[in-house]
Design a protein around this ligand. Sequence first.
Ligand code: PEP
Ligand code: CO
Length: 465
Amino acid sequence: MIGNRSMSTLKTRQNLDDWTPLSWREFPVAQAPAYPDPEHLERVTNRLSTLPPLVSSWEVERLRERLAEAAVGKRFVLQGGDCAETFADCTPGAIANKLKILLQMSLVLVDGLKLPIVRIGRIAGQYAKPRSSHIEKRGEEELTSYFGDLINGAEYDRNIRTPDPERLLLAYYHSSMSLNFIRALIDGGFADLHHPEYWDLDFLGKAGMTPEQRADYTRRVGALANSVQVMEIIAGRTIDKISSVEFYTSHEGLSLPYESAVTRTVPRRSGYYNMGCHLPWIGERTRALDGAHVEFFRGIRNPIGIKIGPKTKAEDLLRLARVLDPDREPGRLVIIGRFGAENVRRVLPNLVESIAETGRQPVWMCDPMHGNTTATKSGIKTRHYENVLEELLASIDIHEETGSVLGGVHFELTAENVTECIGGASGVTEDDLTTRYETLCDPRLNYEQAMEMAFAIARRMEAKS
Ligand code: PEP
Ligand code: CO
């Protein structure tokens, strides 16, 4: 779909009078594989727009308040999950494990940072992936690349790779089932701070944390459970509000037919809410100022993330901030830097300072994964734990040095014991990568590497205070 609105329209973008959930269609759409039957797509999006929402506007508003606090250093965001979720992975075990690892990491962070943690999963909707090429060629054959289960299937087969609108509905159903289970676990007491022992993962011990990490984790969790009890003794009652945790969902808002179909108004509030998740984000490949994604995102009420890579120019970021957050609403804009360990010191300080000069206070987050992807000699996509950690620590330094606030971190991780990233205390080597390489897209930190990362952040931030 090629757009036809002129650049001059952009100047008036501050104004939402000309915005509708479908106004993006008049702009160039990046990363949009063509559907062979547009009418079928229309039927599906019409149906999608009548289904009950996955999240509520209250939750979305509450997340915005939480993010406003993260922007000024009163909270810290932990966002994480798979690079790409798959329908096949929508199982009770996989979902519970993803929730557990985020809860465990967040406990380590609560204890280290002495701040409330905002937990946001890349979960219950992270089904679409941008690709460097629309086409995958094998021999003489050319098929559409795999764009995630939302769009097509991964198997290299013409039928399966053809974009299928029914997948939008399937994605919505799988998101709904995942979120339903997450909500049930949380409401049922799984995330109750009185019972952090529920969060132990089955393989703790031998293949899980190192003995030192296990001891550190047990100490930190014990200290937290203790403080909950002390507070309850002082209050003379059970403190329900703190005994359970909040959990939010996020995904890249790549497929605009899907995102716009789940966007609607709600009674007694003005504006349109994207009801497919709490925090949708715009990816590095789709954030063109004059593109359809920016047009769509500027009109929704949700807080929004924007990923920025090492080539980002300060003036472009400022323009994006003006278009996406014209009213400078606290908690509206989450800027997720993914620069790479070798670039972060060169690029981030200027971006942080340029934004600060305008008086804006977005949530600055560090995604130390996407700028550190490399390939082995045999062509396996991987990331080195050391590079991921280096970018993260450099980002913390840069925000300190510039008087800014790092509001959170963004990881691709899994609770499974996969071998996709190299390094860390467990010493996954290049040769190990083939043992358990399961991601359909980018390499994720495994359980041990993810916990090690949480400990590293906690120690670094403890040192600060
Ligand atoms: C992702 O988060 O999986 C992704 C594709 O990120 P980016 O847009 O930063 O490359
Ligand atoms: Co990724």
